[in-house]
Each structure stands twice: as structure tokens, then as C-alpha cells.
Write a protein of this length. Structure first.
Length: 71
């Protein structure tokens, strides 16, 4: 399980374990918080295609789907 600090999530780099559409490397570009520091919105961007995707940030903790950093 990947450990993630919600405050350090913005601009973090991620690698998808099983690439989709030849997209493997991603960067977290947008994170929105509620007043009580709970993440309400998270957007990742594919590095090569610049395609943006909304994601539940909790999915990034699953190391069978995501690896922290670019590998």
C-alpha cells in the first residue's frame, strides 16, 4: 500500500502498473479540499498525451494499480 500525504499530493508523480492507451506516467495537477482538509476532487494528467482524468485519490494507495514516482 502506497502512503500518501494529502497535502503533498499536488504535483506528485505516479506510474500506472498496467498502462491504458500507452499512458503510463501521470502527474497530479489539481486537488481540491473541503474546509476540514478532506480531498473532494483530484485530477491526474498523462505526461505524454496531456489527457486529464478525474480520479479518487484513494486509488493511488493501491500498489497493484499505481506506483509512486516514475518507474
Amino acid at each position: 500500500m502506497n502512503t500518501i500525504s494529502p497535502r503533498k499530493l499536488i504535483n506528485s508523480k505516479w506510474t500506472r502498473v498496467k498502462p491504458l492507451n500507452k499512458e503510463r506516467h501521470f502527474l497530479v495537477t489539481k486537488v481540491k479540499f473541503e474546509e476540514n482538509s478532506i480531498i473532494t476532487h483530484c485530477v491526474i494528467e498523462a505526461v505524454i498525451t496531456k489527457r486529464e482524468e478525474n480520479i479518487n485519490w484513494i486509488e493511488l494507495k493501491d500498489d497493484s494499480i499505481w506506483m509512486h514516482g516514475w518507474k
